[in-house]
Design a binder for this molecule. Structure first.
Ligand code: A3D
Length: 312
């Protein structure tokens, strides 16, 4: 069986690490594309030379030409600017909308049947841009953020409680930003709701650290932002799409009435398979949780409005 084909756009920290994880797991043959000449070619060649050591059989090639991406099953968009210290994800809005819009248009024209997985920030708005510019059915656009936010939440919970990370199943909804919505009622530690396992003050600290998870790393790195956990998270979603696993992940998806929200991308649990978003899973929310989700979605909507001229 030939491997499926994945295009990773952006050969920076997130894109190159995502590509590396995909080939090392033999999930797909990868085309890595960037605007900088030689960057994706050099990284792809270096990764291919690790194949005899790592023992993978799939391949990776670098390019600057979208013709080489033709017929991809999945396009992962990681290209764009990253946050500098003190910069919010939304500061990136206009510049990255231009970059992602151009990429979505070009990549979609060469791979008309692909699913697009967006990673570029501000995430939920970039999903909207990718949808508008690709012209794809909206079920074939999905964004990675909730898997990462949930992984960070799990890590901080496991650290606080001194338990194994595999004993925590964390759920975070909402947009990828300061208004993300951790759900302690649905988060389980050894099958018990998190809210029964930690006191409210500790919970508040964990939730704030989760919200600030990206900024904490940006401040430490000084240049650039997180990429190990983001690439792991993107590859987990990619695997469910490429292998048609229909697994459920918190994903940025287009809502058309689900959770009482319309015409916006935001993070909710969704089943992902080869056709993209197969199902949106509706959790029962309390009034307070629903309110927090609305606030988060409203932030995304406001940014979509700011961009309305360039994506109409
Ligand atoms: P970086 O290492 O700077 O890589 C970005 C790459 O994009 C560079 O190699 C650029 O040359 C390339 N690029 C720029 N414009 C284009 C274009 N038009 N076509 C092709 N390539 C282009 O950044 P990074 O890899 O660390 O981060 C990439 C993006 O992912 C940023 O927007 C981050 O904010 C975002 N990100 C999102 C998450 C989420 O959880 C959603 C997590 C981590 C990073």
């Amino acid at each position: 069986m030939p491997f499926p084909k994945v295009t990773v756009v952006g050969a920076g920290f997130v894109g190159a690490t995502t590509a590396q994880r995909i080939v090392e797991k033999d999930l797909a043959d990868v085309v890595l594309i960037d605007v900088v000449e030689g960057l994706s070619q050099g990284k792809a060649l270096d990764m291919m030379q690790s194949a005899p050591v790592e023992g993978f059989h799939s391949s990776i090639r670098g390019t600057n030409d979208y013709k080489d991406t033709a017929g991809s099953d999945l396009i992962i968009i990681t290209a764009g600017l990253t946050r500098k210290p003190g910069m919010s994800r939304d500061d990136l809005l206009l510049k990255n909308a231009e970059i992602v819009g151009g990429i979505a248009e070009r990549a979609a024209s060469h791979s008309p049947k692909a699913v697009i997985l967006v990673v570029t920030n501000p995430l939920d708005v970039m999903c909207y841009v990718a949808w508008k510019k690709s012209g794809f059915p909206v079920k074939r656009i999905v964004g990675m953020a909730g898997v990462l936010d949930s992984a960070r939440y799990s890590y901080f919970i496991a650290k606080e409680l001194g338990c194994g990370m595999n004993e925590v199943q964390a759920v975070v909804l909402g947009g990828h930003g300061d208004a993300m919505v951790p759900l302690p009622r649905y988060t389980k530690v050894r099958n018990k709701p998190l809210s029964d396992c930690v006191d409210p003050a500790a919970l508040k600290t964990i939730e704030q650290r989760t919200r600030d998870g990206g900024a904490e790393i940006v401040a430490l790195l000084k240049t650039g932002s997180a990429f190990y956990a983001p690439s792991s998270s993107a590859v987990l979603m990619a695997k469910s799409i490429l292998r048609n696993e229909s697994a459920v992940f918190p994903s940025s998806v287009y809502l058309n009435g689900e959770y009482g929200l319309k015409d916006v991308f935001t993070g909710v649990p969704a089943r992902l398979g080869e056709k993209g978003v197969e199902e949106i899973v509706e959790l029962e929310l309390t009034d307070e949780e629903r309110k927090a989700l609305n606030v988060s979605a409203e932030g995304v909507r406001e940014n979509i409005r700011k961009l309305s001229l360039c994506i109409s």
